[in-house]
Design a protein around this ligand. Structure first.
Ligand code: ZN
Length: 136
């Protein structure tokens, strides 16, 4: 793994939280993106070299809706940048981690992503992400 790519924060309202985080960072978000397959709306901030992703549920079945029901708003996942996501999934499976989606899927911000089950990572939802080279 190369570095932390971003930190994901579950919020009830992107609109309200954009205002809040704009005040916090002194910088406005640089994009909003819907990821329909995941039932989320995302908003991205840059803080120096780092990125923060806000996530709002767009339907009741969204993993973000379930997360907020259980735990309330807060840090939802940590995403790590990888060069070869398929190779990394294989490596981590071999090490005994539970991979939630063994086939990488399209995430926000032009990434291929896969998640590790928090049960296998001390309660931390880990996202692997690889920059997609071919934009469709
Ligand atoms: Zn993420």
């Amino acid at each position: 793994m190369n570095k932390i790519e971003h930190i994901g924060i579950a919020v009830k309202s992107i609109k309200n939280s954009n205002d809040l985080f704009e005040k916090l960072f002194g910088e406005s978000h640089y994009k909003i993106e819907d990821v329909e397959s995941e039932g989320v709306k995302t908003s991205f901030f840059k803080v120096g070299e780092n990125k923060i992703e806000l996530l709002e549920a767009t339907n009741e079945k969204s993993p973000i809706a379930k997360f907020i029901d259980k735990k309330g708003e807060g840090i939802h996942h940590i995403a790590f940048d990888v060069d070869d996501i398929e190779k990394e999934i294989k490596r981590l499976k071999k090490e005994g981690f539970m991979v939630l989606n063994e086939k990488p899927k399209k995430g926000a911000d032009n990434k291929l992503v896969a998640f590790l089950h928090p049960k296998s990572t001390n309660g931390v939802l880990i996202e692997l992400c690889q920059e997609r080279i071919n934009k469709e």
